[in-house]
Design a protein around this ligand. Structure first.
Ligand code: ZN
Length: 361
């Protein structure tokens, strides 16, 4: 009898379901786009793009994105970062199943100073777990790559121990991804700096220390850089991922690809670079810069088409009302549609298009 392909209920996936999704990505050789969001508009655009591509998706928030979601007017920025993340998660939980796909809820870089932010979100997930048996998020991220590796892994171990109890995963960072993401990042010289390349021995150290505690994924540095810069600054060396898989496999006699890798700084990468990284066990690629641009670029043609609607409520010469053009739904919809198209492009490049494992009924 033929084995039925594993399917999951549409909506947010956590715990075992999240692991099933990660495993399916790696077995079938594709990765999921992890789209940074800052508002219901960007959440909905990401979900719409994934739905159009019949792809599952990862929705994630940076600390600044979470704060923006709650509202920049809130004075206590720490509180806003926690509340905004919770608010975004609740929005995604409420709407995701209507899109008919599986949705992973994640957060982005948290350095040492942002550990209290992560702990605030964990508290919210612990309360949710107690009430419903499920956490709010599928996974958080700690980026302690600026700390010595022993310190990095000690904090990861402490946080993962807490996450594992509520069926959550942790993404860690080893080696430094160049550039900056929302105030978290490093100014390391982009040229000729070996900190931009994770060492397979560090990956083994993380595997040894964390794999018995719970599920974790690794953002490994292989010359990738946040943001889009002119080409030629650094050399992408995805073979570092392959070497890390081999190193852990040889020591521990594991499956072919024991590690679940994350590709940061994916914006601006060529399709060849993306597919090579995916073939070495990348299941998640972060996309932020390119989807930000896609959202915003739709404004220019809209405003060129309706310039007066952004200055007058009624046409000063002809007296016609401009309401239907300045209604924020009109121009925000143009932005959403443009971002959704960019998400569809990411699904195609990552090979996730048409591969959603959400059950169709
Ligand atoms: Zn990143």
């Amino acid at each position: 009898m033929q084995q039925e392909a594993k399917t999951l209920k549409p909506g947010v996936v956590t715990g075992e379901d999240y692991l099933t999704l990660v495993k399916t990505c790696k077995e079938q050789g594709y990765a999921l786009p992890a789209i940074n969001v800052t508002s219901t508009n960007t959440v909905n655009a990401a979900l719409e793009g994934a739905m159009n591509s019949k792809s599952d998706i990862i929705i994630q928030l940076s600390n600044g994105g979470a704060q923006f979601f709650a509202g920049k007017g809130i004075k206590d920025s720490h509180a806003a970062k926690v509340i905004g993340a919770v608010s975004a998660a609740r929005h995604v939980h409420t709407v995701a199943k209507e899109y008919g796909i599986c949705v992973v809820l994640h957060t982005d870089h948290a350095n040492k100073g942002l550990i209290p932010w992560v702990e605030g979100m964990i508290e919210a997930s612990e309360a949710e777990y107690e009430a419903t048996g499920k956490p709010l998020f599928s996974s958080h991220m700690l980026d302690l790559s600026e700390e010595p590796i022993e310190e990095n892994l000690a904090d990861c171990e402490r946080i993962l121990t807490r996450l594992a109890k509520i069926d959550m995963s942790l993404e860690i960072e080893l080696g430094v991804t160049g550039g900056e993401e929302d105030g978290v990042g490093s100014d390391v010289d982009l040229v000729d700096n070996n900190r931009l390349y994770t060492q397979p021995s560090e990956v083994l150290q993380a595997f040894d220390q964390l794999s018995s505690i719970g599920h974790f994924s690794v953002a490994a540095a292989f010359g990738n850089v946040h943001g889009v810069y002119k080409p030629g600054n650094v050399q992408l060396r995805p073979e570092i991922l392959q070497q890390s898989q081999a190193h852990v496999r040889n020591i521990h006699d594991t499956d072919e690809k024991p590690l679940d890798f994350v590709f940061h700084g994916g914006s601006g990468s060529s399709p060849e670079e993306i597919s090579e990284a995916v073939s070495y066990g990348v299941f998640k690629m972060n996309v932020d810069t390119d989807t930000q641009f896609a959202f915003s670029k739709a404004m220019a043609p809209y405003m060129e088409e309706h310039p007066k609607a952004f200055r007058y409520q009624i046409d000063p010469e002809e007296g016609t009302p401009f309401k239907k053009f300045y209604d924020p739904r009109a121009w925000l919809r143009a932005c959403e549609t443009s971002m959704a198209e960019r998400v569809q492009q990411a699904c195609t490049e990552l090979g996730s298009a048409g591969k959603s494992i959400a059950a169709s009924d």
